[in-house]
Design a protein around this ligand. Structure first.
Ligand code: UD1
Length: 421
């Protein structure tokens, strides 16, 4: 077990490159299961979630190799099992994405309830509803979900909620179904567009990703493909906030401006400068940020995955801010930890009221999930004195070489062993 020791009050300055997106590579790795020949995924981030997903694929019979230039080579042709390892499944929520692809390829799948971040209730009813509609029987036995393909036919489905995962699962399964599938009220996140690009490179016929209606024309088989994973917009956003919270200036290369528009407009509103050029995004913090209100929404709204990080920033803003979390019901876990650092945050259900203080002070805090962990590191970067962030395995799930990247920008973030665990 490791923890981060962060020495605060050092402005981040310099240029850093965004890694490939965790939330794009994980479903794409699941999609690769359906290919009839090997797939190469360039710009795959080296994250613990990606390593766990690789082990899951290997457990199914695939081979997965990481090359020295950051690509993953997946050979799914030797897959001979439909059973997803229970212990690994508990470690990474995205393992649920294997349901659609394995049903399409093997005709059956056995999974257990997925793990991942503890950010409140995360049901999978919409995934199951879609797969049942495509023609699977689904039953629950001794904590396992066992699904079998009875038919596999195109459907016209309206999602009650634009769930990212359910959209992706149905989209992947439908690629090998007979006829046309239409997903209405689909999620519009950029990672879904990346998945569409990969599926089409495999020979699928998918269009509409990025809008709320996705149309998939089933094909008979899919082949291996080469694809470059999109940049991680949440990592980009985290680094952008890093610049503002420390009053520094950071350029994030390989960032897509359109993917971080909601955050950009908030940062400008609170007084930061944000510039785009062909290579990336430059963010400059200018004095104490002003308070503002934030409401999380599906893309292109303000992402729930950036909510803990902006809470850290608003805790040192001039004035009172209100954050409303509409996507997950228990995603203010960082508030209490930020409180240990001197933040004044009151929670009322899905709303947090943040009375900005002039500065935070270093303390020992616990990262209880991925993004709250990032928020505590950001708070530590701006705080007076030393902050110790424990539970950083949660941060390693989704940030590639986080401390190295921050140190390259002038921060002091040391990974040290946590002997008290
Ligand atoms: C994905 C992201 C996660 C992000 C989230 C919202 C990945 C790997 N993870 O998670 O980082 O925080 O989108 O942007 O891409 N819901 C149901 N039933 C379901 C599925 C979802 O009620 O079957 C609800 C959830 O409880 C939640 C909302 O739908 O309230 C959105 O969840 P969803 O978009 O599915 O999130 P994930 O795909 O799990």
């Amino acid at each position: 077990m490791y923890m981060f020791e962060v020495e605060g009050r050092r402005p981040l300055r310099g240029t850093v490159r965004a890694s490939g997106a965790k939330n794009a590579v994980l479903p794409i790795m699941a999609a690769a299961v359906m290919a009839g020949s090997p797939c190469v995924l360039h710009n795959s981030p080296d994250l613990s979630d990606v390593r766990t997903m690789s082990k899951i694929l290997e457990g199914l019979g695939a081979t997965v190799e990481r090359t020295s230039d950051g690509s993953l080579v997946i050979d799914p042709t030797t897959i001979d099992s439909h059973v997803v390892d229970e212990m690994l499944m508990r470690q990474v929520r995205s393992s649920i994405f294997l349901m659609g692809p394995l049903l399409a390829r093997m005709g059956k799948v056995q999974v257990s309830y997925p793990g991942g971040c503890d950010i409140g209730q995360r049901p999978i009813d919409l995934h199951i509803k879609g797969l049942k509609a495509l023609g699977a029987s689904v039953e629950e036995k001794h904590g396992h979900i066992i699904a079998e393909r009875l038919r596999w036919e195109g459907i016209d489905i309206h999602l009650d909620i634009p769930s990212v995962g359910a959209t992706e699962n149905i989209m992947m399964g439908a690629c090998l179904a007979d006829g046309v599938t239409i997903i209405r009220n689909a999620a519009k996140e950029p990672e879904i567009v990346d998945l569409q690009t990969f599926l089409n490179a495999m020979g699928a016929k998918v269009r509409g990703a990025g809008t709320d209606v996705i149309r998939i024309e089933g094909v008979e088989k899919l082949h291996g493909a080469e694809h470059t994973i999109m940049p991680d917009r949440i990592e980009v956003g985290t680094l952008m906030i890093g610049a503002v919270i420390t009053g520094g200036e950071v350029t994030v290369e390989n960032a897509v401006a359109e993917h971080v528009q909601a955050l950009t407009s908030k940062l400008r509103e609170i007084g930061a400068e944000v510039h785009f050029n062909g290579h990336g995004i430059t963010v400059r913090g200018k004095g104490r940020p002003r308070a503002t209100d934030v409401k999380t929404l599906p893309y292109p709204g303000f992402p729930t995955d950036m909510q803990p990080q902006i809470m850290a920033l608003l805790s040192i803003a001039d004035g009172t801010s209100v954050i409303t979390e509409t996507i997950f019901d228990s995603r203010f876990k960082q508030a209490e930890e930020l409180g240990r650092m001197g933040a004044k945050i009151r929670r009322e259900g899905r709303t947090a009221i943040i009375k900005g203080v002039p500065a935070l002070s270093g303390a020992m805090v616990e990262a209880t999930d991925l993004r709250s962990g990032a928020s505590l590191v950001l708070a530590g970067l701006s705080a007076e004195g030393k902050t110790v962030v424990r539970g950083i395995h949660n941060i390693d799930r989704g940030y590639e070489r986080f401390e190295e990247k921050l140190e390259s920008l002038g921060a002091s973030v040391k990974r040290v062993s946590d002997n008290r665990r």
